[in-house]
Design a protein around this ligand. Structure first.
Ligand code: UDP
Ligand code: MG
Length: 313
């Protein structure tokens, strides 16, 4: 039986040696004689020594495979490429920075062996060491996306997971280009067991996620998995149409009763309404634009990543 461990790497020269040692430990301590491992490193267009380090590993270790991208395509693309390359019966994805503790892998393998589950996924129960404001917005995001979408995405769920072959094939069959893996993992279904762990700080280097990047990622996630925001325009349109009609009726009746048919005052209120409605209309156009933009990108059907170099099998 083959177990594939996929590691997406972007500027990880500091953490890779530590991670590789940990992975070798996992392999060595495996008591089963008929379990084999392959380590797949996906270099996502790093600008440091990551590719040299990976090649060094591969020179001395036959089970190290690699894919190098021609530029930075993002972690989503790197995970996809890794899964395409993986041949294992069980496939795991883990970060290069040791934030997904490799020491959990033996336990995850045992859990999958029991046959009760198809996916063993890791979840952070604490967000210790993370800026407070970032945790707050993360919590809001999970509440929002779970309320709007049919799929259930667990708060604190990481991309760290061990999956059976069937699950990997299902994920690979989802061909969309703007990938929101947390959603795709949930969308394909299967029986998932969650193992919980404390937040671990990075071994070296720094996170590639700025607040702004995370914000855009959150919007991507929502737009990728629900069309509910499009309905906002419909509901608001209905509301304002009714309000406008009621207002008109009110003035008409008032004019009949008072017999005053011309009323000029009310310039400020008029201006407020125009600005308010104008703003709402622009917002709705923006929401529609988000979806059209995505249709445009999907319609071009470009590949998810471009390989510049790959290990031979
Ligand atoms: N990563 C990647 N491409 C990117 C950004 C990140 O392959 O464009 C990899 C990175 O090398 C790491 C994992 O994705 O192995 C998680 O990234 P990071 O630790 O920066 O994210 P965080 O843990 O802070 O969410
Ligand atoms: Mg990290």
């Amino acid at each position: 039986m083959l177990i594939s461990l996929i590691v997406p790497c972007y500027n990880e020269e500091g953490s890779l040696p530590i991670l590789y040692e940990a992975l070798c430990n996992v392999r060595q301590s495996d008591p089963s004689a008929d379990r084999y491992y392959e380590f797949i490193f996906v270099n996502d267009g790093s600008r440091d020594k990551t590719s040299e380090i990976i090649k060094e590993f591969a020179k001395n270790d036959k089970s190290v495979k690699y894919v190098f991208f021609s530029r930075n395509f993002g972690k989503e693309a790197a995970m996809y490429a890794g899964m395409e390359k993986a041949k294992g019966d069980y496939v795991a994805i883990l970060d290069a920075d040791m934030q997904d503790p490799p020491s959990l892998i033996p336990e995850m393998i045992n859990d999958l062996d029991s046959g009760e589950y198809d996916i063993i996924a890791a979840r952070r129960v604490t967000r210790k060491g993370e800026p407070k404001i970032r945790s707050f917005f993360a919590r809001c995001f999970y509440k929002l996306i779970n309320r709007m979408c049919d799929i259930e995405i667990a708060d604190g769920a990481r991309d760290f997971r061990l999956m059976k072959r069937e699950v990997v094939d299902a994920i690979l069959s989802v061909k969309e280009r703007q990938r929101f893996s947390k959603g795709i993992f949930a969308w394909v279904g299967f029986r998932t067991k969650w193992v919980e762990h404390e937040n671990v700080e990075r071994a070296a280097g720094e996170t590639k996620w700025s607040f702004w990047k995370l914000f855009k990622y959150a919007i991507d996630g929502i737009v990728a998995f629900t069309t509910a925001p499009l309905r906002i325009a419909t509901y608001m349109g209905l509301f304002f149409a009714f309000a406008g009609f009621a207002y008109m009726l009110y003035y008409f009746i008032k004019a009949i009763i008072s017999k005053i048919w011309t009323e000029v005052a009310g310039y400020p209120s008029l201006l407020c309404f125009i600005l308010f409605i104008g703003g709402l209309m622009l917002m709705c156009l923006g929401i529609i634009g988000e979806y059209i933009g995505r249709i445009y990108i999907e319609a071009k059907a470009r590949p998810i990543y471009i390989t510049s170099e790959e290990s031979k099998d």
